[in-house]
Design a protein around this ligand. Structure first.
Ligand SMILES: *[C@@H]1O[C@H](CO)[C@@H](O)[C@H](O)[C@H]1NC(C)=O
Ligand SMILES: *[C@@H]1O[C@H](CO)[C@@H](O)[C@H](O)[C@H]1NC(C)=O
Length: 409
């Protein structure tokens, strides 16, 4: 494809897609005919209203004891009912708070310390979404907020196949495409972190979402087996071999226990085989080391990027905290996000395929071991999110009390 042909093709596509709310960066031509078909089928068939998810989140809520903690106005939902009564667990909001307090960090904590948004060199949000974390809901929310706050929203068209990592030239070509997008805007794709500075390009505002890595993998397992998703994947990739009955009928627990199907073997020595095990990959980047599953090195690189590069890495496991942190740290794009989310909630609860998330004890024990680093990174992201939240709540409280003082003076 020559560059000029590519450009004019792109412009044509954009004209066509002006009719859609979402404009897309084009991918190879053969996928274009499927755009409308896929878009329609996805919208209709994946539109499973997830009361189930809702009630699961409710179940997982842990009511916090009134304490100095709630005096700070900190509230939120927690990932696991197991945390009830274990409020010193650092992987909860309360535990993170207690940790900051007991180590003396709370006194000096400010929102500015944890704010990477000012490092961005253009008004451009890059949501390089992880798989099966509820990223479609965030994509919808971005679209909604874009219409409200006047920023454009783009997403890629899904290619039939995609490389796991880009080489330097491919990464450069992709980064150039992103640079062409107008500002302010937001772009969404399952893709790896890119060092734009290394390409002499301005840095975006990076965001992402996480979910417990084991839950994420179970979700991916059943998602691939959902009849509509499976049909769509055949449509996208007609050369894909069709699966047998066992593929659809085997439970996740059995699959892991049997260790026959490649997507159920979680061994760090196996090369990447197109499943969705790798929590770290999109946060780590396009280096080869990032493709290693449950790798200490990939985890360390990903942590560095989360801490220094990402404005917010949220989680729908902590919906309210995530929305509050997005509002506070990226106000140009997320002002009023909480209010908008709860006023149009049905619009954002999409693409969930209800499934059995139960884990047998032996399977759980095996997975916890195989996913140790991936889980560590997940907790790292959650702690940082809690810390950002505590920092803004603390700021609000400090502001409130200083304005009270001012009045009384
Ligand atoms: C989250 O916020 C909504 C809207 O403000 C509220 O109704 C809900 O109770 C909150 N959930 C939790 C767990 O705090
Ligand atoms: C990004 O690239 C620049 C220039 O090559 C380098 O100085 C910087 O350390 C890189 N950042 C990260 C997080 O790797």
């Amino acid at each position: 494809m020559s560059l000029n042909a590519d450009r004019s093709y792109k412009m044509k596509l954009r004209d066509v897609e002006n009719a859609f709310k979402y404009r897309r960066i084009p991918y190879p031509k053969r996928s274009v005919e499927l755009i409308a078909l896929l878009a329609i089928s996805c919208t209709f068939f994946l539109f499973m209203h997830t009361n189930k998810l809702n009630s699961r989140l409710k179940e997982m809520e842990v009511k916090l004891q009134p304490s100095e903690f709630s005096a700070l106005g900190l509230t939120g939902n927690h990932i696991s009912g197991h945390d009830a009564g274990k409020h010193d667990d650092i992987n909860t909001l309360h535990g993170t708070y207690q940790y900051l307090k007991s180590t003396g960090q709370l006194d000096t904590l400010t929102a500015a310390q944890l704010n990477n948004t000012p490092k961005a060199e253009r008004e451009f949000v890059l949501f390089n979404r992880l798989e099966k974390v509820g990223s479609q809901s965030m994509t919808k929310l971005l679209g909604h907020l874009g219409a409200l706050h006047g920023f454009a929203t783009y997403r890629n068209e899904i290619p039939p196949t995609k490389k796991i990592v880009y080489n330097f030239k491919e990464e450069l070509a992709f980064a150039e495409e992103l640079l062409e997008l107008e500002e302010p805007s937001a772009y969404v794709e399952h893709t790896n972190w890119i060092n734009f500075t290394a390409h002499d390009m301005p840095r975006p505002i990076y965001i992402n979402l996480v979910r417990h890595p084991i839950q994420k993998v179970i979700s991916a397992y059943y998602y691939h087996r959902h009849p509509m998703i499976y049909a769509n994947s055949l449509l996208r990739n007609p050369n894909k071999p069709t699966e047998r009955k066992e593929f659809f009928e085997r439970s996740f627990n059995d699959c892991v226990r049997q260790r026959i199907a490649p997507e159920c073997v979680f061994d760090s020595h196996l090369p990447y085989n197109q499943d969705w095990r790798r929590f770290t990959l999109h946060l780590c980047g396009n280096q080869n080391v990032c493709t290693h599953f449950n790798s200490e090195m990939a985890t360390q690189i990903a942590k560095l990027h989360v801490e220094k590069e990402y404005a917010v890495v949220g989680s729908w496991e902590d919906t309210n905290i995530t929305l509050a942190v997005l509002e506070a740290y990226i106000p140009r794009f997320f002002t009023d996000a909480t209010n908008q989310y709860y006023s149009h909630q049905e619009k954002f609860m999409i693409n969930a395929t209800p499934h059995d998330s139960h884990l047998d004890e032996d399977v759980e024990a095996y997975l916890k071991q195989q996913f140790a680093y991936e889980i560590e990174l997940y907790h790292f992201c959650k702690q940082r999110l809690y810390k950002q939240y505590i920092a803004i709540r603390k700021q609000v409280q400090v502001q409130d009390s200083s304005s009270t003082e001012n009045r009384s003076v």
